[in-house]
Write a protein that binds this ligand. Sequence first.
Ligand SMILES: *Cc1c(COP(=O)(O)O)cnc(C)c1O
Length: 422
Amino acid sequence: MKFPRSQKLYQEALRFFPGGVNSPVRAFGSVGGTPLFIKKGAGAKIYDEDGNSYIDYVMSWGALILGHAAPAVIQAAHTALKSGSSFGAPTQAETALARVISGAIPSIDKMRFVSSGTEATMSAIRLSRGFTGRDKIIKFDGCYHGHGDSLLVKAGSGAATQGIPGSAGVTRGLSRDTLVCPYNDIASFRQLILKYSKDIAAVIIEPVAANMGVVVPEASFLQEVRQLTSRHGIVLIFDEVITGFRFHFGGVQSLQQIKPDLTCLGKIIGGGLPIGVYGGRKEIMDHVAPSGDVYQAGTLSGNPVAVAAGLAALAVLKTKDYAVLDQNAAALCRGLDEHFKGKGVPVTINRAGSLFTVFFTGRHVTDFKTAKAADTKQYARYFWSMLQHGVSLPPSQFEAQFLSFRHSRQDIRATIKALEGV
Ligand SMILES: *Cc1c(COP(=O)(O)O)cnc(C)c1O
């Protein structure tokens, strides 16, 4: 497989975009080489500008659980668009989508639509600060919550440490207010809470972590996080931007029977169009302007085309059997695992439903530290050889692979066969 046209288009893009892309991971920085330019998608497949096709396991980073160009979603967006692309005024469809979301995730009494997951988490943090009158937040090492300043902080060395900025341009003041704790480490979490409890506005967490590769919460970890935050009057924010509607028609919170105070959603709920939402307990949400004094706004918030696409996507999803998705993912992971074991290549496959990561390490991966033990050079080789065999994987060891309802058993067999050719 050759990519001359993608390579040429990338050179042209470099003229206008930093690193040639509009979001960093697209640049293939951690696997080397230059990115594919995608011309179209259909179902489980994508097609690049050179005419090559691939079984896709990125699926717009999880947004496309119904596959590329899902007919019902395209149709709904098209119909909405014909009536106007944006009004800057309320529409009935926003309430309809809110009703579906609140019905599926009952902890969300009230909500606010925004245009991305980043906006949702950023706004939820501001709201938590406004609601509690406190400044600090706790996030978990390796969890990604979009690129809001307060959230671009990674852990320094040590188990539980005050944040140092994970990006230039984030002020020391903001990073001082972001405390970082290892995922699945309830002892460190408890220590942080006891030390800073009066100053902590919010704890934000991915209830299944999917941005350091997939890391699942250990039994009772989320429950203990909930208990400690409740006890100290700290707002618990579940960032379900990836996990919302991924494992069933709702959030991880219902599966784990935990009620966070606020929830952030994005990706799947827009059917591939730009949308996000944050919402939760009424008494907290009523602090958002115009009913309260925490300001947050958006020209394109609740955009009618995105809302129509989201409504259509959720209507289709509601009829789907998630058990099939889970079985397909299990079959794929089993096939991959058997192959690697057979070749004597140590891997750890972490999977939650249709979300999984092949870590090139023989050790358990339970947090960012153990994730980082994976051999990223080997992942890069895996990535490129699979691409050569017609399978598109995320271009980083630390990202999840996503299955959609359009990945067939045949796609899965073809993927395992591709690996055998690698
Ligand atoms: C993708 C993601 C975000 C950010 O969403 P954008 O729409 O990219 O801004 C936030 N949180 C999690 C868990 C995500 O996976």
